[in-house]
Design a protein around this ligand. Structure first.
Ligand code: ATP
Ligand code: LTN
Length: 335
């Protein structure tokens, strides 16, 4: 807690181009939550190198992601937006927590299994201990809540277990965080295969709407979205492609699914898809304009990066020093 505000931590990786799924399922909620909580939003670049990255590309994407946080409406004066690699406490706490994590716990992580299968030529130790670094991110700031997608729940459960395990030995050191799963836009599905989630690493560019897609591309992708042959606009699991489009339309316009179904009753899929395209463009176009404006002012972004890293570090160091003392590291002698 800071004053009467609870602390929130979340992070996103700067790998790949962000999709509408990332925006509706994460970023949009972050903006709303930043009104209520004391928020730390990191660009988790330490996590990114668990998979091989092109250095120049990673640097570029990381900056673009941080700029996008601001373009989406997060105020860098109120919330703390920073690069994970600029606060060394993340890596230092992760090491300590590694020594409290069992191999068996990490062996069970489904994301590790998936990523190991995908990158068989590089199953590195960082990929294996990825969830411990994530726990360090969260515990370093004594976060009360962590907005994550359902795919990250297993990592959050580990974080809670590690906090409780550590507290059981050393007293009340860490706040045990709660997950926050948003309802609206919780899971946006692929436009080409509605049984899969929309994902920035999808090989088919028509499966995802990217945040930087131009209006024509957005409309074309919506038009081509896979639906069904029933021909009637209804919101149900048997019509997963259409259901996903209704979810997207709902999340973009703020109208509930029932309201959308009523408004489009008796109309064709083509007409509805056009409306979905328009609704997405109406959300993304202003976001893109703000992004381009912000990007131009390099000095302002640099100042945000510098100031926010300092603010994050000031909190992180407090937790880190406490933990170092608890585990028995010698105190630093000053002067
Ligand atoms: P990758 O394809 O590289 O696994 P991703 O697009 O699945 O990436 P993540 O980096 O894993 O995205 O997630 C960033 C955030 O966006 C997380 O909070 C995640 O829950 C959310 N998110 C990702 N995809 C979707 C989606 N299709 N619908 C809703 N939220 C999503
Ligand atoms: N693993 C997360 C990103 C992430 C994160 C975090 C999310 C890293 N550290 C701490 C919440 C809190 C992902 O891939 N979406």
């Amino acid at each position: 807690m800071i004053g009467d505000r609870k602390i929130l931590f979340s992070g996103m990786q700067a790998t790949g181009n962000l999709t509408l799924g990332n925006y509706l399922g994460a970023l949009k909620n972050w903006v709303a939550l930043s009104e209520e909580y004391e928020c730390y939003y990191a660009v988790v670049d330490l996590h990114s190198i668990t998979v091989r990255q092109d250095p120049a590309e990673l640097r570029k994407r990381a900056r673009a992601l941080l700029t996008l946080y601001i373009a989406a409406g997060i105020d860098p004066e109120k919330s703390i937006l920073y690069y994970q690699s600029h606060v060394s406490g993340h890596a230092e706490l992760a090491w300590i927590l590694n020594c409290f994590t069992y191999m068996g716990e990490l062996n069970r992580m489904t994301q590790f299994k998936d990523k190991a299968a995908k990158h068989q030529d590089n199953i590195n130790a960082g990929l294996f201990t990825y969830p411990v670094l994530m726990a360090a991110d969260i515990l370093l700031y004594q976060a009360d809540v962590v907005p994550v997608g359902v795919d990250q729940m297993q990592h959050l459960e580990l974080t809670r277990n590690l906090a409780e395990r550590f507290n059981a030995v050393y007293g009340d050191v860490f706040t045990v965080p709660e997950a926050y799963i948003g309802k609206v836009g919780a899971k946006i599905m692929s436009l080409q295969d509605p049984s899969k989630k929309m994902s920035k690493s999808d090989e088919n560019p028509n499966a995802s709407i990217y945040l930087m897609d131009d209006p024509d591309t957005i409309r074309r992708k919506c038009k081509r979205a896979v639906t069904d042959s029933e021909g009637e606009i209804r919101y149900r699991d048997e019509q997963p492609g259409l259901k996903n489009l209704i979810d997207i339309y709902s999340a973009c316009t703020g109208k509930g699914p029932d309201e959308v179904v009523n408004a489009f009753a008796g109309r064709g899929y083509g007409e509805f898809k056009e409306a979905v395209g328009d609704a997405v463009v109406a959300v993304l176009q202003p976001l893109q304009e703000r992004f381009r404006e912000l990007e131009k002012d390099k000095a302002a972004i640099d100042a945000v990066i510098r100031n926010n890293a300092e603010r994050a570090n000031a909190t992180a160091i407090k937790t880190l020093r406490k933990v170092q003392k608890k585990v028995g590291f010698p105190e630093r002698v000053r002067g």
